[in-house]
Write a protein that binds this ligand. Structure first.
Ligand code: TYM
Length: 334
């Protein structure tokens, strides 16, 4: 950030649907931490998004708190950033309704995530699953975010948020800033360890396919040792070597080494050595996060103070945008 330049705004959210994975961490959370210093930052647990898939209430409640604690455990600072829980800020649902009346059925039908999730949950293709990107647009536009740090899988949702904002501004006058996606060069798409053509996902039925941020060191190592690779037995980044490419991406992200440096480091060594090195780097990276997470979960009163402060700050800021949008649309404000 240049001297005297006004700080820009970033916002991003994560769903509390299970423990975040190494994909969430490298694709998003780690960037949030890196950007926090230079931006006005809003980070939320997107609990309203989570109910587009059926959740067990007791489990959801615990998962919301755990996800919030994890955001703090990776080092996000509730004083510096606004760290909040989406459902604590009613403006999200309110703006989502205004925006859904400015979003076309056709454009929502094109969302690949909706098509994918409809296939995995054929018994529960609810309206919320369909309008999910509108709620996400509301999350972003409410805070006048300049930039949204996400993994590659959210690219299409960011595009529709921009389209909705442009359309709304065109129809009613300037209300929303048009946000840009921030997608890191490395780690934007961490792949499954069991099927490296597929994205690593916390909802994968195969537990060996993903590393959870809270996996114990021996579990992490075991999963890396089992990771699917190829028969060439040469550590090099190349087309058709999806498994090795994925492990190289992870290792590069964590150690900061380039692919050439990694190739040199493992020249003449087999996949076994390489997998152990990747496992060790991930274990060392996650160890302080896990330690801090356990401390925080033992201090629920402190967590409550933090999310209450977050709600207060988020409510304050978002109300301004919501009021402006309502006024422009012709509502009689009281
Ligand atoms: P969610 O909860 O699925 O994931 C949170 C973040 O992690 C990124 N991510 C990945 N990055 C790299 N490799 C992977 N395998 C991987 N899997 C997940 C996601 O891109 C995301 O950045 N719709 C969002 C949550 C959301 C949101 C928002 C995000 C709700 N409102 C407003 C940004 C702005 C989601 O389901 O993320």
């Amino acid at each position: 950030m240049e001297n005297g330049e006004k700080k820009k705004i970033i916002l991003s959210c994560i769903q509390p649907t299970g423990t975040p994975t190494l994909g969430n961490y490298l694709g998003a959370l780690r960037n949030w931490k890196a950007l926090e210093e230079d931006f006005y930052s809003y980070f939320a647990v997107a609990d309203l998004h989570a109910i587009t898939v059926r959740q067990e209430p007791k489990n959801l409640r615990e998962q919301i708190l755990r996800t919030y604690a994890l955001l703090m455990a990776i080092g996000l600072d509730p004083e510096k950033s606004t760290l909040f829980i989406q459902s604590h800020v009613p403006a999200h649902s309110q703006l989502a309704w205004l925006l859904s009346c400015n979003t076309q059925f056709g454009e929502l039908s094109r969302m690949t995530q909706f098509k994918d999730k409809s296939k995995t949950h054929p018994d529960n293709i609810n309206a919320g699953l369909f309008t999910y990107p509108v709620l996400m647009a509301a999350d972003i536009l409410l805070y006048q975010a300049d930039c949204v740090p996400v993994g590659d899988d959210q690219r299409q949702h960011l595009e529709i948020a921009r389209d909705i904002a442009v359309r709304f501004n065109g129809a009613y006058g300037n209300v929303f800033k048009i946000p840009e996606a921030y997608i890191g060069k490395n780690g934007a798409r961490v792949m499954s360890l069991a099927n490296p053509e597929k994205k690593m996902s916390k909802s994968d039925a195969n537990k060996n396919a993903f590393i959870s941020i809270l996996d114990e060191p021996n579990v992490i190592m075991k999963k890396f040792k089992r990771a699917v690779t190829d028969s060439e037995a040469k550590v090099r980044y190349a087309e058709g070597k999806d498994g090795i490419n994925n492990l190289m991406g992870i290792y590069s992200c964590i150690t900061g080494k380039s692919y050439e440096e990694i190739e040199d480091e493992f020249d003449g060594k087999g996949y076994g050595d390489f997998k152990v090195a990747v496992g060790e780097s991930v274990i060392a990276e996650l160890e302080p996060v896990q330690k801090r997470f356990n401390e925080l979960m033992n201090d629920r009163a402190y967590l409550k103070d933090c999310y209450e402060l977050g709600a207060q700050k988020a409510n304050h800021f978002s109300a301004r945008t919501l009021n402006k949008a309502m006024k422009k649309m012709g509502f009689l404000l009281n």
